[in-house]
Design a protein around this ligand. Structure first.
Ligand SMILES: *[C@@H]1O[C@H](CO)[C@@H](O)[C@H](O)[C@H]1NC(C)=O
Ligand SMILES: *[C@@H]1O[C@H](CO)[C@@H](O)[C@H](O)[C@H]1NC(C)=O
Ligand SMILES: *[C@@H]1O[C@H](CO)[C@@H](O)[C@H](O)[C@H]1NC(C)=O
Ligand SMILES: *[C@@H]1O[C@H](CO)[C@@H](O)[C@H](O)[C@H]1NC(C)=O
Ligand SMILES: *[C@@H]1O[C@H](CO)[C@@H](O)[C@H](O)[C@H]1NC(C)=O
Ligand SMILES: *[C@@H]1O[C@H](CO)[C@@H](O)[C@H](O)[C@H]1NC(C)=O
Length: 484
């Protein structure tokens, strides 16, 4: 049996046992800041195989959109922050809608539901750069959508949770207000969202609450209960997610929009790059979060259904690490589409590994390592720095999966990471004579010296067997729909 047919059979088995009882609101964020991206069609297949029905993007890239066409998956497309300025022109906003929305509006096209205008534009670290342009861009995009006859597509601004807070003297959810320095902008934005029946989108990260504060009670980041709940007007809060969400509910109420729909645009837990970023904690986090969503538990101030997008789908080894080394490790899947831990999207606690990306092709079994016989070590540090500037070395840091390596191991890790990013080009494993290629797997324990996916894989055509399999699959899915 060929590999493709083998995959096909496995695949059909998985699809057959897919639970139909899924968390309705569950979506994922699909970021693409990776040196080696999985082919978009494969990523869409992964989402379908795992019953993921919604996706949030960070742009409207054509290859991504083409792959989503006909999938039935609901999509939030996005306008990156660096394009907000041009969207303050209504003509440019109309042009954007023509090119990125109208274009995909055909039979079997892309099911666009939302447009994200900017991404966390009011983060304090942006120094107010997007302060006066976010609201005009939001207005223009929604108006252009309305004018083009796409009023059912809602423009929204995914905001970081630090756009609101409670006073330090009364740190309870019910005292939530928008941050005073942006209160004017926030009020305009929520008024406009309300006029257009668009949702408020917020990113909530219990992991970051913990990361930023050594005194943070760790159990409060999860959903298993704590011994000293924070009591607010008689309501006990046992996890920071609920407390944070309800702080926003209170801020909206104070602004006069207490009933506005809230989407959680990002929530998740990373698995490497920090002492609290690991698979056990990620497992614990999702194992608490997803059953609550499935049960439509909501929060104390907003019981019921919440639409939510997990962050993220796949690791991104080229993401900025300005906020921290964990940034490249948010995926529920590794860089190559392999699941990292068990989950259950139906929220029934039947955790098992998600369906992996099928048929991924890798570079050969070759690694680059530090040459222990190298004589002149004076340039070692510079070479490691160089490698880590262009490749991902975040697993080497304190509390990370490769932190236990010795100095030689560190050098090998860096050299190998660079060699793999360069698709194993022989020239890229020299480092002024300090490195050489080996065919031995030099991974050590928990520390993976990974091999990248094949560069040409992204453009590989499906084999005839895979096509035949897809036909069978399509037929079976059709039957499932008809007799469901
Ligand atoms: C919108 O579409 C245009 C034309 O295809 C493309 O150049 C642009 O990058 C798209 N915008 C985004 C945010 O992806
Ligand atoms: C914000 O300001 C700080 C300090 O002035 C500077 O280091 C940083 O680069 C600025 N960030 C942006 C995005 O402009
Ligand atoms: C925003 O606009 C106001 C009013 O025009 C101006 O006073 C303020 O400096 C602007 N802020 C930024 C960050 O550009
Ligand atoms: C290896 O590199 C990491 C990250 O740069 C550093 O924290 C650690 O001390 C290094 N280990 C040795 C033995 O040099
Ligand atoms: C290398 O070995 C590690 C175990 O140390 C294993 O997890 C990994 O899959 C191996 N890599 C390859 C490419 O075989
Ligand atoms: C290393 O890779 C193997 C698969 O090859 C995976 O099972 C294991 O979880 C990985 N370890 C880490 C720390 O990512």
């Amino acid at each position: 049996m060929s590999a493709a047919w083998y995959w096909c059979v496995i695949h059909l088995l998985f699809v057959g046992i897919l639970q139909r009882n899924r968390v309705d609101g569950l979506g994922v964020n699909w970021g693409t800041m990776a040196t080696h991206k999985l082919p978009p069609k494969l990523v869409v297949q992964m989402m379908k195989d795992n019953g993921i029905q919604r996706v949030k993007l960070f742009d409207a890239d054509q290859s991504t959109m083409d792959a989503l066409a006909g999938s039935g998956i609901e999509v939030m497309v996005a306008i990156p922050n660096d394009q907000l300025q041009v969207m303050t022109s209504y003509d440019r906003a109309k042009q954007w809608v023509r090119r990125n929305i109208t274009r995909y509006n055909f039979n079997e096209g892309v099911k666009i539901k939302y447009v994200a205008v900017g991404n966390e534009p009011f983060l304090k670290s942006y120094n107010n750069s997007f302060m006066n342009i976010t609201f005009p861009a939001l207005q223009n995009i929604q108006n252009a959508l309305n004018d083009a006859g796409f009023g059912e597509i809602k423009a929204t601004v995914p905001l970081n949770a630090d756009v609101y807070n409670s006073p330090e003297t009364n740190p309870v959810p019910s005292a939530g207000r928008f941050r005073s320095d942006i209160n004017g902008e926030m009020t305009q934005i929520v008024q406009f969202l309300n006029q257009n029946k668009a949702p408020f989108t917020v990113n909530i990260y219990p992991f970051l609450s913990l990361y930023g504060n050594d005194d943070f009670p760790i159990d409060y980041a999860f959903f298993d209960g704590i011994s000293n709940p924070i009591v607010d007007n008689g309501i006990p809060y046992t996890n920071v997610f609920d407390a944070n969400f309800d702080t926003l509910v209170s801020a909206l109420k104070a602004a006069g929009f207490g009933d506005m729909t809230i989407l959680v645009g990002e929530v998740g837990w990373p698995t490497d790059g920090d002492k609290n970023a690991n698979k056990n904690y990620a497992y614990r986090f999702y194992n608490g979060l997803i059953p609550r969503l499935a049960a439509n538990k909501g929060t104390p101030l907003r019981p019921g259904y919440i639409e939510i997008y997990l962050f993220g789908l796949i690791d991104e080894d080229a993401k900025s690490v300005a906020p921290g080394s964990f940034e490249r490790h948010w995926g529920i899947f590794r860089y190559d589409g392999q699941p990292k831990y068990a989950m259950d999207f139906s929220g029934q606690g039947q955790n098992k590994f998600l369906v992996p990306a099928p048929n991924v092709q890798y570079n050969p079994q070759k690694w680059c390592q530090f040459n222990p016989n190298a004589k002149d070590l004076s340039k070692l540090a510079d070479n490691i720095d160089y490698a880590c500037t262009f490749a991902d070395c975040t697993s080497l840091g304190y509390g990370s999966s490769c932190n236990a390596l010795d100095a030689n191991g560190n050098a090998s890790y860096a050299f190998n990471a660079y060699f793999q990013v360069q698709n194993q080009n022989e020239m890229s494993c020299n480092f002024e004579g300090l490195a050489s290629v080996t065919s031995q797997n030099i991974s050590q324990g928990e520390c993976n010296f990974t091999i990248q996916i094949l560069a040409t894989f992204a453009s590989a055509r499906p084999s005839p067997a895979a096509l035949a399999c897809l036909t069978v699959l399509a037929f079976l899915l059709l039957q499932m729909e008809l007799f469901a």
